[in-house]
Design a protein. Structure first.
Length: 469
């Protein structure tokens, strides 16, 4: 059985919620991309300004006190920077170290851009620490102070890298939290919407199974679902009124015409008894009586179907043994089958549970109509099989014949009132037999299926097993 979560995931509402999750996640990604770019550029700008400030400070010192002053000032700056982020190096024309916290002039530095006339902005790596085993990146200014002195002023980007790493970690944590919260929100929203839709679906299911007076409840909250429920209820009120009016109209016609027809039959029957069989009018009167009786039978079927369609809760169902009902019907129809040289075979299982809840008279009538139909359309020398099939979900009763069958395109229409196939227009009947079977099936929650029997028709009545979902 499909889990509740699986049903939620398959819904359109959940898929729509996932679209919003994707859009929201994309907005988070774009936001952090902007923050990362802005913060990186800002830090680079701050570092560049700090390097330029220290460089100008040392140049001013060089102009005032020469190389010795710069050497002394570099030592002071290094002493004032316990973190070691500031990088200084003063070398002579042979690139020999005179002062600073670098051991040698970085020969493999990558030049980024020019600085003033002869200097350059560069990047290079120095020896790493336990925290940064891959080395520490440095951004610096390399420029000649004179023909005999070269100065390097820079700053370690280690702090910058830590900030960037923190931003990236925060981004992933935020994105993960966003996805989790959005997914939970999607499930909550979907369940809320599904709850409202399921109320409408359950009400529709109840109405479809004959409870025309049922209506869709709503919360009076005034949202779109309440408005939909209100409009649907008004539509159902109108439909119920029209159906009841139409049903009552048909019942009234059947009642009003059945009584005069019965009186006509009685008068014709009295006239038939008054004349001899040799009289030419005898055969004519007998035929008229037969036609009138068929017409009364049609009205009786209309009344029965109308009663079944209009009332689905008034029946007090009781246990019915389908094997007993079908066995009795087979015994009853065997003589008629023998007259047409049709083999009527009983393949009902001897074991298994055949007891269902229902009304015995109606179930008997439904099976009788199906067997009668099979006898009517099965040609001489044909066969009719009545069998059973028991599964965990249902008890299936199968009535199969070797007649002309029903084309696949007409199998849904044969249960409509007065519908008859073109090939059977000359066959006796009124087109209400299968309509009555369908009405009985609906109130018993029986699934009716028509299949090709190659040749002939196979009718399957599936009774739900008690306890099956």
């Amino acid at each position: 059985m499909e889990s509740r979560l699986a049903r939620i995931v398959k819904t359109f509402t959940f898929r729509l919620a996932l679209v919003y999750v994707g859009l929201f996640s994309l907005s988070v990604i774009l936001l952090f991309a902007f923050i990362y770019t802005f913060e990186t550029n800002h830090l680079q700008s701050q570092i560049s300004d700090a390097i330029r400030l220290q460089y100008n400070y040392l140049i001013d010192e060089y102009k005032q006190n020469g190389s010795s002053g710069v050497e002394a000032r570099i030592k002071e700056l290094i002493a004032d920077d316990p973190s070691g982020n500031e990088i200084y190096l003063l070398v002579n024309q042979k690139y020999e170290k005179m002062a600073g916290n670098l051991n040698e002039w970085p020969g493999g530095a990558t030049q980024e851009s020019r600085f003033e006339k002869e200097g350059h902005w560069v990047r290079f790596h120095i020896e790493g620490t336990a925290r940064s085993p891959k080395g520490i990146e440095v951004k610096a200014i390399m420029t000649p102070m004179s023909k005999w002195r070269y100065l390097l002023v820079g700053q370690s980007l280690q702090g910058n890298e830590r900030i960037e790493q923190t931003i990236v970690q925060t981004f992933w944590a935020s994105l993960l939290l966003t996805l989790i919260m959005a997914f939970v929100g999607a499930i909550v929203m979907t369940r809320s919407v599904m709850g409202r839709i399921n109320i409408i679906n359950r009400s529709a299911y109840t109405i479809m199974h004959g409870h025309l007076s049922a209506r869709i409840p709503f919360t009076q909250g005034g949202d779109e679902f309440d408005e939909l429920s209100s409009n649907l209820n008004q539509m159902l009120d109108k439909i119920e009124t029209l159906l009841l009016s139409l049903s009552q109209f048909a019942v009234n016609i059947a009642h009003d015409l059945r009584s005069p027809l019965n009186r006509i039959i009685n008068r014709l029957d009295a006239g038939l008894r008054a004349i001899g069989q040799d009289n030419p009018a005898h055969k004519l009167l007998a035929k008229n009586i037969q036609d009138m009786q068929e017409l009364v039978g049609t009205f009786n079927s209309i009344l029965k179907i109308s009663e079944l369609e209009a009332n689905t809760e008034f029946r007090a169902f009781e246990p019915c043994d389908l094997r007993q009902i079908l066995t009795s019907l087979i015994e009853f129809y065997e003589p008629y089958a023998a007259e047409k040289h049709i083999a009527l075979a009983n393949y009902l299982q001897e074991d298994g549970e055949f007891v269902v809840m229902g009304e015995k008279n109606l179930l008997t009538q439904a099976f009788a109509n199906l067997i009668d139909n099979a006898l009517k359309f099965t040609p001489e020398g044909g066969h009719i099989i009545i069998a059973s099939r028991i599964t965990q979900e249902s008890l299936d009763i199968v009535i199969a014949d070797s007649g002309p069958g029903i084309p696949e395109g007409y199998r849904d229409k044969v249960f409509e009132k007065f519908f008859r196939l073109e090939e059977s227009r000359n066959t006796k009947g009124n087109g209400l037999g299968l309509s009555l079977v369908a009405a009985i099936a609906r109130i018993h929650n029986i699934t009716l299926t028509l299949e090709d029997n190659h040749p002939g028709l196979k009718v399957i009545l599936s009774f739900p097993q008690r306890g099956a979902s």
